[in-house]
Ligand binder design. Structure first.
Ligand SMILES: *Cc1c(COP(=O)(O)O)cnc(C)c1O
Length: 392
C-alpha cells in the first residue's frame, strides 16, 4: 500500500525500492556488481533498453535508484543520476552536455574544484567561462555569446553565504535559451528547489547535509529527462557511478533530512544572533538575518537560512589564528554539513591560493571564519566560540 503524498517528510521516508520476497521494512542493500537474466531474449531486450531493469551497477542498481527517486521527488525533478562524489556530478554533467568550443557563464563565487574545472581543465577542450559577481546579475546578459550554452551558479555561496536571485537567473536562461544549472548543496532540497525558479538541472554534493553525518561521499544530478538521458549515457560509459553501499546510506540519511536541517538552521540562527551582538566580531553574514544584503531574496526562495554562518573577527589574520587555536570543541576541518560543528579559516586554507582581489569578489577577508553549525546543544557551541573570541 502506498499513500500518494507530496509532503517532503513523507516522501523522504516512504519512497522505497520494490519489496522482495522477504518484505524487509527497511530497504536492503544490494551489493552486487551485476544482475542475471533468465534467457538470451531477456538479456537482449535489457541491452536494447526495451525493458526497464537492472543490468550492471555502473548503469543502475536498486539502491542508487531509490536514492535518485527520493531526490527527484524532493526537488520536483523528472529524472536523475547518482555519482560517487559531488565533483563527479559537476564534472559529468558539464562533460555530457558540452561540446568543444562551447561557452559557460558562471557566478564567480563557486566551489573551489568547480572553479578549477573552469580555469584549468575545460580550456583543454576550448571551453571558456565568463564570470559575473553575485551583486551584478544585471551584467549577465552582456556576457552571453552565440556559443553560450550553460548558466551556472550556487546559492547560498561558499564561503561567503551570499544569495543569488534564482528567479532572475531562471528568466535570463529562458529568454536566451541557456541551460540553467544550480548547485543546491548548501540549501539541500529541503530549503530550496531551484527547478521551481526555472533551473533545468540541480546538482548536490550528497557528502554534505544529505549524508549529514560525515560518513560517505556522494553526488547527484536531477532535472529534465532529456538532459539526464545525456548525462546517464555519458556516465554509464565513463563510470563515475555511486556505490550501492553509499546509496543505501544516503537514502537512509534522507529519511531524517528535514528534522536535522531544521535543527541545523535553528542553531545557525542563534549563533548568528549571538555573534551580531559581540564586540570582537566586525560583521556576521547569515541569509535569514535582516542585516544580510540579500535577506529579502533569501526569504523569498528559501525555507530557512541554512547551517553556514560567516563572520569576521576583529584583528585580521592574527586574530583569526588565535581564534582557531583557542577553539576547544568545534572541529577544525574542511568539511561542512556534519552533525559536528566545524570552523574553517578560508583565507589560510581552502581559498589561500586566491589573489586578494579574487578573495574580495568571493567575499573572503583575512579575519573571516566560516562556521558549519552541527547538532550539538547550541549553548555549548556558543560557549566554545565565546571563549575563543575572548582570547583575541
Ligand atoms: C563539497 C561541495 C562540492 C563537491 O562535493 P564532493 O562530494 O566533495 O565532491 C560541490 N559543490 C559544493 C557547493 C560543495 O560544498
Amino acid at each position: 500500500m502506498s499513500l500518494d503524498s507530496t509532503n517532503f517528510e513523507t516522501q523522504a521516508v516512504r519512497t522505497q525500492t520494490e519489496k522482495t520476497q522477504f518484505l524487509e521494512h527497511s530497504s536492503p542493500m544490494y551489493l552486487t556488481s551485476g544482475f542475471v537474466f533468465e534467457d538470451s531474449e531477456e538479456m537482449r531486450a535489457a541491452f536494447a533498453e526495451e525493458k526497464d531493469r537492472n543490468l550492471y551497477s555502473r548503469f543502475s542498481n536498486p539502491n542508487t535508484t531509490e536514492f535518485v527517486d527520493k531526490i527527484c521527488k524532493l526537488e520536483g525533478a523528472e529524472d536523475g543520476y547518482a555519482f560517487a562524489t559531488g565533483m563527479a556530478a559537476v564534472f559529468s554533467t558539464f562533460a555530457a552536455l558540452l561540446d568543444a568550443g562551447d561557452h559557460i557563464i558562471s557566478a564567480r563565487s563557486v566551489f573551489g574544484s568547480t572553479h578549477s574545472l573552469f580555469t584549468k581543465y575545460f580550456p583543454k577542450w576550448n571551453i571558456e567561462t565568463s564570470y559575473f559577481r553575485i551583486d551584478e546579475t544585471e551584467k549577465i546578459e552582456s556576457l552571453i555569446r552565440s556559443n553560450t550554452k550553460i548558466l551556472y551558479a550556487e546559492s547560498p555561496t561558499n564561503p561567503g553565504v551570499d544569495i543569488l536571485d534564482l528567479e532572475v537567473l531562471g528568466k535570463i536562461a529562458k529568454k536566451h535559451n541557456l541551460l540553467l544549472i544550480i548547485d543546491n548543496c548548501f540549501a539541500t532540497p529541503y530549503l530550496q528547489n531551484p527547478i521551481q525558479f526555472g533551473a533545468d538541472l540541480v546538482i548536490h554534493s550528497a557528502t554534505k547535509l544529505i549524508d549529514g553525518q560525515g560518513r560517505v561521499l556522494g553526488g547527484v544530478t536531477v532535472g529534465k529527462k532529456e538532459l539526464i538521458r545525456e548525462i546517464y549515457l555519458f556516465s554509464r560509459n565513463t563510470g563515475p557511478a555511486l556505490s550501492p553501499f553509499n546509496a543505501w546510506v544516503l537514502s537512509k540519511s534522507l529519511e531524517t533530512l528535514a528534522v536535522r536541517v531544521d535543527r541545523h538552521c535553528e542553531n545557525a540562527y542563534k549563533l548568528a544572533e549571538f555573534l551580531e551582538a559581540h564586540p570582537k566580531v566586525n560583521w556576521v553574514k547569515y541569509p535569514f538575518l535582516k542585516s544580510h544584503p540579500q535577506y529579502e531574496i533569501a526569504k523569498r526562495q528559501m525555507k530557512s537560512g541554512g547551517n553556514i554562518v560567516a563572520f569576521e573577527v576583529n584583528g585580521g589574520v592574527q586574530a583569526g589564528k588565535t581564534f582557531f587555536d583557542t577553539i576547544k570543541m568545534c572541529s577544525l576541518s574542511a568539511n561542512l554539513g556534519d552533525t559536528r560543528t566545524i570552523v574553517t579559516h578560508p583565507a589560510s586554507t581552502t581559498h589561500s591560493k586566491l589573489a586578494d582581489e579574487d578573495k574580495e569578489v568571493v567575499g573572503i577577508t583575512n579575519g573571516m571564519v566560516r562556521c558549519s553549525l552541527g547538532l550539538e546543544h547550541i549553548d555549548d557551541i556558543i560557549q566554545d566560540i565565546k571563549q575563543a573570541l575572548e582570547e583575541i
